[in-house]
Design a protein around this ligand. Structure first.
Ligand code: HAM
Length: 412
């Protein structure tokens, strides 16, 4: 036998027994987002590497270590590690700033990050996400968080924790970063190697380091005083307070987390995550925030924007196993021609039907029917002679015989 070829590490097949759960999540995404006036957008999975270098940021783990990048005809191409940058590119390229604001877009599809695979973390995973362009007011932030909540509720996920924070604008954040560096600098040598690198390039990211020795240092009083200080300028504070007021008025439960800094560089002001207690260490099902400078940084008109994305694998692992749905009917007959004809008639009338294609015994066919279908549609010699079908309810055992031309209605 030839060598087997296996699926790549960190990637997974989505198998027929699980696909209904995916359809369920995707259908509810379409319904919920449509109810907010959001339209779907589908952008390519490959983009110019520059897009992510400039969009996601050179100092992030995603761009530094995790991108699948390759050369083709002397161009550097990358499999998208996330889709905010791609949607922004498309917004600019297609002149969507000329549309009435806000422009609201949603997407679903695969993303690729070369991370160490573990429970809840894959190298190819799927996101469903929303981006909203053209509104700087905090009502947009509230609506985006509400949209995420409504969608999670629509698939039956209610008890999740919403965490929010504000990262301020480049101006107030720059002052905060300096203060943070000043109190951490005396301990620089004791930090982990990653944090040593982050110290100059991206000091905010120090805050979500999970290494115990770093956490111990950051718990020192003088460092905590800076971390928990209110560094926002008046405009950023007003924006954040107004968002909290909207969330209170809407009865959205949330907690504030000063350590929530997110792993992408484009955020300004509001950031948020939605977490579950039932997911282990990779517990974020949703991450998002405002990115008011990204459109301009990628060559567009200055345009405020905010959005979120959710990991579909994580959502699905939280859903209880849904029973796979059964066919409407399974035709049981020793006359293959008649079975093929009836199946064709019923499928064209919108029913899901299967037949035995392999000339199995009648009893075997009935056994199969009870496994895969709600009804057995029996075409014995008598039924065929009289142009009738016997419909057997496989749950109750009840059976009726009807004319073939009204069979579909009877089944429905
Ligand atoms: P992110 O936090 O990198 O944000 O990813 C969003 C969600 O995708 C995470 O909360 C998680 O559920 C899922 N996810 C991320 N990486 C993996 C992985 N390796 N395996 C499985 N699931 C994963 C973004 O991607 C931003 N683009 C979100 C956004 C949209 N911000 C504004 N607009």
């Amino acid at each position: 036998m030839a060598n087997k070829i296996n699926v790549l590490k960190g990637t997974k097949d989505i198998l027929p027994q699980d696909i209904e759960m995916w359809h369920f999540v995707e259908e509810n995404a379409l319904k919920t987002f449509t109810s907010f006036g959001v339209k779907e957008i589908r952008t390519p999975i490959i983009e110019s590497t520059d897009l992510f270098q400039r969009g996601v940021g050179e100092t992030t783990d995603i761009v530094n270590k995790e991108m699948y990048t390759f050369e083709k005809s002397e161009r550097s191409i990358t499999l998208r590690p996330e889709n905010t940058a791609g949607v922004v590119r498309s917004y600019i390229e297609n002149g969507m700033h000329r549309l009435p604001a806000p422009v609201k877009l949603w997407y679903k599809g695969p993303m690729f990050r070369y991370e160490r695979p573990q429970a809840g973390r894959q190298r190819q995973f799927h996101q469903v996400g929303v981006e909203m362009f053209g509104v700087s007011q905090p009502a947009a932030d509230a609506e985006i968080i509400l949209m995420a909540e409504n969608f999670l509720k629509s698939i039956g996920l209610e008890d999740l924790d919403v965490e929010i924070n504000s990262l301020g604008c480049p101006k107030c954040r720059a002052e905060f970063k300096e203060k943070l560096k000043n109190v951490i600098r005396p301990h620089l040598n004791e930090l982990c190697e990653d944090c040593k690198g982050r110290f100059e390039k991206n000091p905010l990211r120090l805050l979500d380091c999970k290494v115990p020795q770093c956490q111990e240092i950051f718990s020192k009083t003088e460092i905590q005083n800076v971390i928990t200080s209110d560094f926002l300028c008046d405009e950023c504070r007003e924006h954040y307070n107004q968002l909290k007021k909207y969330l209170d008025d809407l009865n959205v439960k949330y907690s504030e987390n000063k350590l929530l800094v997110r792993g992408l560089d484009y955020y300004t002001r509001t950031v948020f995550e939605i977490k579950s207690n039932n997911l282990g260490s990779q517990n974020a099902v949703c991450g998002g925030g405002r990115y008011d400078n990204l459109v301009e940084e990628l060559g567009g008109e200055p345009t405020p924007a905010i959005g979120f994305a959710m990991g579909m694998e994580r959502l699905i692992s939280l859903l209880k196993e849904k029973e796979t749905s059964k066919l409407d009917g399974y035709i049981v007959s020793n006359n293959t021609t008649e079975a093929l004809k009836l199946a064709q008639q019923l499928r064209l009338q919108g029913l899901n039907i299967e037949i035995d294609l392999a000339n199995k015994k009648f009893t075997k066919q009935l056994e199969k029917a009870s496994k895969v279908a709600k009804l057995a549609l029996i075409l014995g010699e008598d039924e065929i002679a009289q142009n009738k079908v016997s419909i057997k309810n496989l749950e109750t055992g009840e059976q009726v015989t009807v004319d073939r031309n009204i069979c579909a209605e009877k089944i429905k």
